[in-house]
Design a protein around this ligand. Structure first.
Ligand code: SF4
Length: 346
């Protein structure tokens, strides 16, 4: 008789799944935050995200703006009130400001933001602002052109900095900077980025390098939160932890001695899955209950297959109900998802 130890605990039975009310999973976590990827395409080739010779989805594979809006409208009554637009690089999707305006028109969405690499931001910021967007997360791992090129396999640092300048001028607030921390590459970027953010009223967050890209991830390449904090303390004095707000934000915030904050998203060394409130909709219409999920729910087939709203909501509830406790990166059970970051969205 072979003893089969299940890799992951079986999710609670569907009989006990709530069929009304907020989107809750078997760990009692409420899901109020939906990240919507609008494309898998990008104008950069970050080494920790995608391969140089990547193949992108065909246009018709992508959800249309109308399909995205229909899906979001179904989730708002279930408690989803926070939407983040992501990619690939969302600004390469044509007329994105139209989608922003459509989403801003949905009652109940209290927070709409966009994650961008900033390359196209200077030229699109005004249209996005007029469409109603106010919050930005800009990926910026370095202020040195040679390191930018090393990490993104492209030029473009000046365009990103210009995008930040234009966005600040237009009044986007807050503007968050996301900087991935990789040992052997970005240690020298920590203090200059912190200075840049403090001088430009930007909310900087360092992100521990995660196994979600096309590259070969090794724990030894993670530059950990503790090390980043020590570096910041040497440069700016001892930092104080900021009490956690509602606990769902991935970043732990720290306050500089003279005021101002910096955040660290320590997915590896201090996982925050126990209060995760996030769902992800991929550009090709798959719903994922976790960035590292090994299974996903095909929403596109439902949207295009004539499913009624009730059936789509039921499929969403089932996806959430099946959500695991958290990523398994720190266990021997960890399996890297088949998808890489640019096909999921940050
Ligand atoms: S790893 Fe998954 S469960 Fe954990 S915080 Fe991220 S999305 Fe949530």
């Amino acid at each position: 008789m072979s003893l089969r130890i299940p890799l992951f605990p079986a999710p609670a039975s569907l009989e006990t799944m709530p069929t009304c009310g907020p989107l809750v999973d078997t760990f009692g976590r409420l899901h109020t935050n939906l990240r919507v990827s609008v494309t898998d395409r990008c104008n950069l080739r970050c080494t920790y995200c995608m391969a140089e010779d990547v193949v992108f989805l065909d246009r018709q594979e992508l959800l249309s703006f109308e399909e995205i809006v229909r899906f979001v409208r179904l989730l708002v009554p279930l408690g989803v009130n926070k939407i983040r637009l992501t990619g690939g690089e969302p600004l390469v999707r044509r007329d994105l400001d139209k989608l922003v305006a459509m989403l801003c028109a949905i009652p109940g969405i209290t927070d709409l933001s966009l994650t961008t690499n900033g390359i196209l931001l200077a030229e699109q910021a005004e249209r996005l602002y007029r469409a109603g967007l106010r919050r930005l997360n800009i990926s910026l791992d370095t202020l040195r052109p040679e390191v930018f090129r090393q990490l993104t396999r492209r030029q473009g640092l000046e365009r990103v900095l210009e995008g930040i300048r234009v966005a600040r001028q237009l009044g986007f607030r807050p503007i968050k900077l996301n900087a991935v921390s990789i040992r052997g590459i970005t240690e020298e970027e920590v203090v200059p980025l912190a200075r840049f953010a403090r001088e430009n009223d930007l909310e900087l967050r360092f992100i521990e390098y995660m196994p979600i890209g096309a590259d070969h991830w090794e724990r030894s390449k993670v530059y950990f939160a503790e090390e980043i904090l020590q570096q910041l303390a040497r440069a700016f004095g001892p930092l104080r932890p900021v009490p956690v707000g509602d606990g769902t934000a991935p970043a732990q915030e720290w306050e500089y001695p003279d005021g101002g904050r910096v955040g660290i998203i320590a997915s590896i060394s201090r996982p925050f899955c126990h209060h995760c409130n996030r769902l992800r909709l991929t550009a090709d219409g798959k719903l994922r209950h976790c960035l590292f999920a090994l299974e996903e729910t095909d929403v596109k087939s439902l949207l295009r297959g004539g499913a009624n709203d009730k059936d789509i909501v039921l499929a969403v509830r089932r996806c959430v109900w099946a959500k695991w406790e958290g990523h398994q990166i720190n266990t021997a059970r960890f399996l890297k998802p088949a998808r890489t970051m640019h096909t999921i969205g940050g």
